[in-house]
Design a protein around this ligand. Structure first.
Ligand code: PAP
Length: 347
């Protein structure tokens, strides 16, 4: 077991990147034992464009997921053991997980660093908190076992795809969702950047159409959101259900709520010293977007090398207004409202 104190003078949790570096020898070849099953899964309908031409979606447990990540789901199902102290951050892609990772990481480590020298200045949020399905898809499952508690992971899986070890365990889940119209816009820009230009992927209209049919990464988005919403109503002490737009409006209130939920509430002294506001500022869009670490490094993620700057585009609510026609808005809103009917959820 590595003594992490000798690797980095940090408290817990340690940025995942440091743990991986110290445990490189534990990385194995990607799992191959599920290839036969993977080959039987339905491929996305012909005519629906792929957000990501290198990763076709397959239908797995009711969700359209890139094959690479389904490989991770199958390996995870077999080998992951969740602990009650684990914390899982979940969202449909492009709904605010980078922000949530930064907020949670900063909250948990707020006494480990002076905030102006916090590790978020040297590590992108995705290097601090790792994606669970990616770990399993890329042969990193043994590294998971040496991550010190409390372990913090993220996942994009719908609730129905989470392995039973997570849904049966007492671990806590923070879920964030966002107006699906902004998710769509953010996703289209993101994959355009990955593929080297918006013209390299399908047109916005084609992608919109596919999104309305529920064929997008981890989609349909309404099932994704509803799955966690229903479960959060059943187990509110274990699943915190948040909305991106609400966090934007009241970041301090949400920072306190997050800290409370994960079991490290701010003390009165911290509140009066303005620590909550400092955490909010450290994790704010402008602050993170302008840090060197989020502009100069290349992140190696799934099948792609990604610039961390891709995760910081506009960071606003309502950019859909400059992308969707009136007809597009009405159609997508109608679909979502219909799906949300009776749930108590509103866009
Ligand atoms: P991921 O699923 O690929 O990890 P995710 O972080 O969930 O992406 O979503 C990215 C969106 O969050 C981007 O939205 P945009 O394209 O509409 O701009 C990104 O700008 C936004 N974002 C990232 N960090 C922050 C932050 N600190 N505050 C607010 N929004 C943020």
């Amino acid at each position: 077991m590595v003594n992490y104190d000798s690797v980095s003078p940090v408290g817990f949790p340690i940025p995942y990147k440091i743990i991986e570096k110290a445990n490189n020898h534990l990385i194995k070849n990607p799992p191959q034992e599920h290839e036969a099953l993977l080959a039987t899964l339905p491929l996305q309908p012909s005519g629906t464009p792929n957000f990501h031409p290198r990763q076709p979606f397959v239908l797995y447990k009711g969700a359209w997921i890139g094959k690479f990540f389904v490989r991770g789901a199958l390996a995870m199902e077999q080998n992951f053991k969740s602990c009650p102290t684990d914390l899982l951050l979940v969202s449909s892609p492009k709904s605010g997980i980078t922000w949530l990772k930064a907020m949670i990481f900063a909250t948990l480590t707020r006494t480990s660093y002076p905030l102006d020298q916090h590790t978020l200045h040297t590590h992108n949020p995705h290097q601090c908190v790792t994606n669970l399905e990616r770990m399993f898809a890329t042969g990193r499952s043994q590294i998971i076992e040496v991550i010190p508690s409390p372990r913090v992971f993220n996942s994009h899986f719908p609730y129905s795809v989470l392995p039973q070890t997570i849904t049966d365990s007492d671990c806590r889940i923070v879920y964030v969702w966002r107006d699906p119209k902004d998710v769509l816009v953010s996703m289209w820009h993101f994959f355009g950047k990955i593929m080297g230009g918006a013209d390299k992927i399908a047109t916005f209209e084609q992608v919109y159409d596919s999104f309305c049919q529920g064929v997008n990464g981890y989609g349909p988005i309404w099932s994704h959101v509803l799955g966690y919403w229903e479960e959060s109503k059943r187990r509110p002490e274990k699943i915190l259900f948040l909305k991106y737009e609400n966090i934007l409006q009241e970041p301090v209130k949400h920072a306190k709520q997050l800290a409370h939920f994960i079991g490290c509430p701010y003390s009165e002294a911290e509140e009066s010293q303005g620590v909550v506001e400092q955490i909010v500022e450290l994790c704010s869009f402008q602050k993170l977007k302008n840090m060197d670490v989020n502009n100069n490094e290349i992140l190696s993620m799934s099948a792609n090398n990604i610039s961390p700057s891709y995760f910081f585009r506009k960071g606003e609510a309502g950019d859909w207004k400059s992308h969707l026609t009136r007809e597009m808005v009405v159609r997508l809103n109608t679909i979502i409202e219909e799906k949300f009917k009776g749930s108590g959820l509103k866009i």
